[in-house]
Design a protein. Structure first.
Length: 167
């Protein structure tokens, strides 16, 4: 949690930078989130039976901020050699990011939102929107603390320069 003094300094610094030029972009270019998740929406689901008994599930999805561009992810689902159901860990992670554990029909996924990073090639690259938002908020708070610390350090250096130590 940020102390009141630090928060006041952050607010004062923001106000000062905005008063100089209201049209200037904010100084957030240095902010780089640790977890670079992006929000997507499921547009379509297509299931195709394969000759080996597996089902290929193709999910069409688009970015929330660019809905006109649709990408596709492919997953495999089916019965393995022992007759047990096979679900890829990546598909299970995708379902979890949609707050689902299983589906009966592909249409259950259409319209749902999820977050993904680095293209979703691994199971741990999928997340719920809530988790992605919490990661971003945590990163932003840490960034604000670093800015406040830097401002305090600069102020302390300036103060030390005003009152040189007598030899």
């Amino acid at each position: 949690m940020i102390s009141e003094k630090v928060q006041e300094r952050i607010d004062a610094r923001k106000a000062a930078s905005e008063s100089v030029n209201d049209n200037a972009p904010r100084q957030t270019s240095d902010f780089k989130p640790t977890f670079d998740f992006k929000a997507y929406r499921v547009r379509s689901v297509d299931c195709a039976a394969m000759a080996d008994g597996f089902t290929q599930i193709t999910v069409g999805y688009s970015a929330v901020r660019a809905p006109q561009i649709v990408w596709a992810m492919e997953f495999m689902h089916g019965a393995d050699v022992h007759g047990e159901s096979f679900v890829s860990p990546r598909f299970q992670a995708f379902l979890s990011s949609l707050h689902m554990s299983s589906i009966d029909d592909g249409d259950q996924l259409v319209g749902r939102y999820f977050a993904v990073r680095d293209g979703g090639n691994k199971p741990d690259e999928f997340a719920t929107l809530e988790y992605a938002s919490a990661c971003l908020r945590c990163d932003m708070d840490a960034y604000q603390c670093r800015l406040a610390y830097a401002a305090q350090y600069a102020a302390d250096e300036a103060k030390a320069g005003e009152y040189p130590i007598a030899a």
